[in-house]
Design a protein around this ligand. Structure first.
Ligand code: GH3
Ligand code: MG
Ligand code: MG
Length: 408
């Protein structure tokens, strides 16, 4: 993920939080006839968000929304006495710790849907958190609650916040974990979890003002919904294995081309052989390597996975002569790449002596080549489909000419 794209992605949760900030005074001024909206607005947003998550089978988002819903319900049911009673203090502290924990845990686990054993386990964890909190309240474990409120550091820095330092630390940690998961996996949903932690933190900090609490809990649910939609969009238009834009995006892009463009079809040479010899997993590695090179092709070219081991590179506004040098560079770069085969793939070598094994490993590397066919739009080839056909014919010539070459 590039830095620019990361910033662009962060604009979504930042924008929702900014919107929430400006919505708070509006909600505070709502007339009495709209009191229901004040009280139930957050539930409406959460319910809508949950419906979308269930339709798209994003269990992780469902559990995150349940966490927000429980926080909001606790506020209505338990926290109305300005955090003075033992019960309110206990529930508040538990929420401050468990909610960020849930978001962080959800950012780390894999998507496994909602209504299955995995979902039951996740629901079980949330239920345990609620039972534990209830037990402290009903068993009157005052020391435990007071312990949660005891400061970690002797500072007055956070004195203005009702959130105990313990909870602030949990929220900060939750932000770091979700943010790191996002950086590592690049899924907008993990960024959504980070945004939801922040929204939750602001809501808890504003617990004394019901409108702040409601608006920011709703903001958390909205952030999660948008993240989920972004993730779904990404799945539709990105190829999962290589991360390149998919054929669907290529088709859309082709509809919007001008009068001058060049299309290249790229096909991995003897790839069936490679798969048969080294297995599909290594074949996938090769496709990823080829895709990485393709993604960085120069000359304004944009690469797509056409299907299987075939790729398309579009050069909008460019003729063949301008595109070919970049395709030649690409072809050479791929041919020069050596994929080291892992020792684990050859267990019979595991016990041989180290030096010999090292020498063997160095000798055992694989490389692949690609053939490229290229054509530009002209009066005879007036549609993208015709240009692709011509590029395919050129690719056929490259294969017959001995592969590992660019043909036009
Ligand atoms: P040529 O040089 O003529 O292109 O030979 P080829 O073997 O590459 O051509 P062919 O089209 O017959 O074989 C394509 C092979 O690509 C078939 C399949 O094994 C492999 N393949 C297609 N998609 C994938 C994929 O996603 N992963 C892996 N590992 N292999 C794939
Ligand atoms: Mg092929
Ligand atoms: Mg091939």
């Amino acid at each position: 993920m590039t830095f620019g794209r990361a910033l662009l992605n962060m604009a979504v949760p930042a924008g929702v939080l900014a919107g929430a900030y400006f919505l708070v005074p509006v909600v505070a001024e709502l007339p009495a006839s709209l009191a229901g909206l004040k009280a139930y607005g957050a539930y409406i947003v959460i319910a809508l968000a949950a419906s979308v998550s269930l339709i798209f089978r994003r269990g992780r988002v469902v559990w995150a929304l349940l966490t927000l819903a429980l926080a909001y319900a606790s506020h209505g049911a338990l926290l109305n006495d300005a955090l003075e009673s033992f019960r309110a203090r206990t529930v508040f502290a538990a929420l401050c710790v468990f909610a960020p924990f849930n978001f962080a845990a959800l950012s780390l686990i894999e998507e496994r849907g909602t209504f299955n054993l995995h979902g039951a386990q996740r629901l079980g964890v949330i239920a345990l958190e609620a039972i534990f909190t209830g037990w402290i309240v009903f068993a009157g474990k005052i020391e435990t609650t007071e312990w949660a409120y005891s400061p970690l550091y002797d500072t007055t820095l956070f004195a203005a916040s009702p959130i105990p330092q313990f909870g602030l630390a949990a929220i900060a940690l939750g932000l770091v974990v979700c943010g790191t998961a996002w950086c590592l996996k690049g899924s907008p949903i993990d960024l959504g979890f980070a945004g939801a932690v922040l929204a939750f933190g602001i809501a808890m900090n504003g617990i004394a003002l019901p409108q702040v609490f409601a608006v920011f809990i709703a903001a958390g649910a909205l952030i999660l919904t948008i993240a989920l939609l972004q993730d779904t969009f990404r799945m539709a238009f990105r190829d999962e294995l290589t991360g390149l834009p998919s054929r669907r995006e290529l088709n859309e892009r082709m509809m919007a081309l001008g009068r001058r463009y060049t299309i290249a079809m790229v096909d991995v040479d003897r790839f069936k052989n490679f798969n048969d010899t080294h297995g599909h997993a290594l074949g996938d590695q090769i496709l990823k390597m080829v895709a990485r090179r393709l993604a960085e092709v120069g000359g304004g070219g944009k690469a797509y996975r056409y299907g299987g081991e075939e790729f398309t590179v579009l050069f909008p506004g460019k003729g063949v002569d301008a595109a070919v040098p970049h395709l030649e560079a690409l072809r050479k770069e791929i041919a020069d790449y050596k994929l080291a085969l892992r020792a684990a793939a050859r267990p019979e070598q595991a016990h041989s002596d180290k030096r010999q094994r090292g020498a063997f490993r160095a000798a055992k590397s694989e490389s692949v080549t690609v053939s490229i066919g290229v054509a530009q739009r002209n009066d005879k080839l007036a549609t993208p489909e015709a240009v692709i056909k011509a590029a395919d014919k050129a690719l056929y010539r490259a294969k017959h000419g001995g592969r590992n070459q660019v043909s036009r």
